[in-house]
Design a protein around this ligand. Structure first.
Ligand code: ISJ
Length: 182
């Protein structure tokens, strides 16, 4: 048997710092992409009176992409907890998100119970929550067909638990909120 690491299933996104992306970003999108509080809460407020809903697309143990392993500083090929969701307003997906957490320090009970409740609603209740700098991409999510102007990622830390949260803002959100294309 070979020990080759698993092949990447999709092209890895190219990530740059928020500061480097800023010149290409309209002020309206800067406010969304650079926000550091709960996106769940922001979407709920911006989308009212349409109802906010988390649509669970996939949740399993699996192999992170190479860029994800690098962001978490874990070996490529090491298994992790993966979760993919669409954050919808009414029936329209506004954001798709993919979260990746190393198994060490994983609060399995809390995460297993999450279902279609937002990961953010649990994360932002943790008093010791820390968040890394935000990085940005214009590459598509790779696990969902919908496209949009920007993707972003950051690592949340709560005790021993770390999770890389990647969120792609979709054209449907731009259309519904009257936001510029970039
Ligand atoms: C991190 C947050 O949670 C959101 C909810 C997610 C989920 O339920 O899987 C994933 C990413 C986020 O967009 C947030 O609200 O800021």
């Amino acid at each position: 048997m070979s020990d080759l690491p698993p092949a990447d299933t999709s092209a890895p996104a190219h990530w740059i710092s928020l500061a480097a992306a800023r010149p290409a970003m309209s002020p309206a999108w800067r406010r969304w992409v650079g926000s550091r509080d709960s996106l769940t809460l922001r979407l709920t407020e911006a989308g009212a009176p349409s109802a906010f809903r988390v649509q669970l697309l996939d949740q399993r143990l699996g192999t992170p992409r190479r860029d994800e392993a690098q962001a978490l500083d874990i070996a490529h090929g090491q298994r992790a907890w993966l979760r993919e969701v669409a954050l919808c307003l009414g029936e329209r997906p506004w954001v798709v998100a993919r979260s990746v957490a190393p198994l060490a320090g994983l609060p399995e009970h809390e995460l297993a119970r999450l279902g279609e409740r937002s990961l953010g609603s649990w994360l932002f209740r943790q008093p010791d929550l820390e968040r890394s700098d935000i990085e940005v991409t214009s590459a598509p999510a790779g696990f969902h067909d919908a496209v949009g102007p920007w993707g972003r990622r950051s690592v949340f830390r709560h005790g021993d638990f770390r999770v890389l949260v990647q969120e792609w803002f979709l054209d449907a959100m731009a259309d519904d909120l009257g936001l510029p294309s970039r």
